[in-house]
Design a protein around this ligand. Structure first.
Ligand SMILES: [Zn+2]
Length: 284
């Protein structure tokens, strides 16, 4: 079995012609986990060869708009493209159920139109929400999924996810500053997928709304230090703020490498990394 991470969207809240919003695909054999559902996620999933009705579960790290912008698209498309009733599993921190319920309410008209129009579409979307904060997530799948709380305050609660399958382990940190929950979850994982911002650059921009982001995200250096403490072999950075042109990111790699001896992955949308559990882990 191959466990692979695909960066579906490496962007941020700021619209970018080259980068979709935050979203990551983790494939473990036949199981496919979509982590966050930012702007354009289904276009990127299609490019990765995965349909909305092929998802094992959607895992939401938190309810910031840029991470859930296209959740309604995932729900609607999974429903319309399934030719027998299929349940979409959505897992997220407390508050997720309310968001999904209101999203479904906003789709009421569309659901009515389609059920009226298509004889073989007889029921609204089947969505099952599981709220998690800390501990294992039971999805009936073979990959083991565990959540732990992170620190993105004042946004709370927020969670990270760990997916273990066939001896390989991937942790998806989401947006967070370094914290005990993430350290605990990431310990000895093979790969850590971490959102990061260039605090060294943002700190020089005299715009208060940008300055406000410094306190609740990790810098590249902080994400690298987290990966080093955990003993991960690979650090995968995403959610690039400020963005850089396609094919760029060498400065991000250099910054991370100063604090982390393992492999550093920085890439464009659809960058795919196969996780090799036999790879020598970096020392801490
Ligand atoms: Zn956030």
């Amino acid at each position: 079995m191959t466990v692979a991470v695909t960066l579906l969207g490496t962007g941020s809240p700021m619209p970018d012609p080259h980068r979709a919003g935050p979203a990551t695909l983790v494939e473990a054999g036949d199981e496919r986990f979509l982590v966050d559902a930012g702007r354009g996620v289904l276009m990127r999933l299609a490019a990765a060869g995965v349909a909305a009705n092929g998802l094992t579960a959607v895992l939401l790290t938190h309810l910031h708009s840029d991470h859930i912008t296209d959740l309604g698209d995932v729900i609607t498309t999974q429903w319309v493209m399934s030719f027998e009733p299929t349940t979409l599993r959505i897992v997220g921190p407390p508050g997720t159920r309310g968001v999904v319920d209101r999203l479904l309410t906003s789709l009421d008209h569309d659901v009515g139109y389609r059920i009226t129009h298509h004889d073989d579409l007889v029921e609204p979307p089947r969505v099952e929400v599981t709220e998690v904060l800390d501990g294992p997530v039971e999805l009936g799948q073979s990959a083991v999924v565990v959540a732990a709380p992170t620190d993105h305050r004042p946004v709370e609660p927020t969670v990270a996810f760990r997916i273990d399958a066939d001896g390989a382990s991937v942790v998806l940190a989401g947006d967070t500053v370094p914290c005990d929950g993430l350290d605990r979850l990431a310990a000895d994982a093979d790969a850590l997928v971490h959102t990061a911002i260039r605090k060294d650059i943002i700190a020089t921009v005299p715009i208060q709304r940008l300055q406000d982001t410094l306190g609740y995200h990790s810098s590249v250096e902080e994400a690298a230090a987290t990966a080093a403490r955990a003993g991960c072999s690979t650090l995968i950075l995403t959610h690039y703020v400020p963005t850089f042109p396609p094919g760029g990111g060498d400065d991000w790699r250099r910054l991370a490498a100063a604090d982390f001896e393992g492999a550093v992955e920085v890439g464009d949308d659809l960058h795919r990394i196969e996780i090799d559990p036999s790879r020598q882990r970096s020392s801490t």
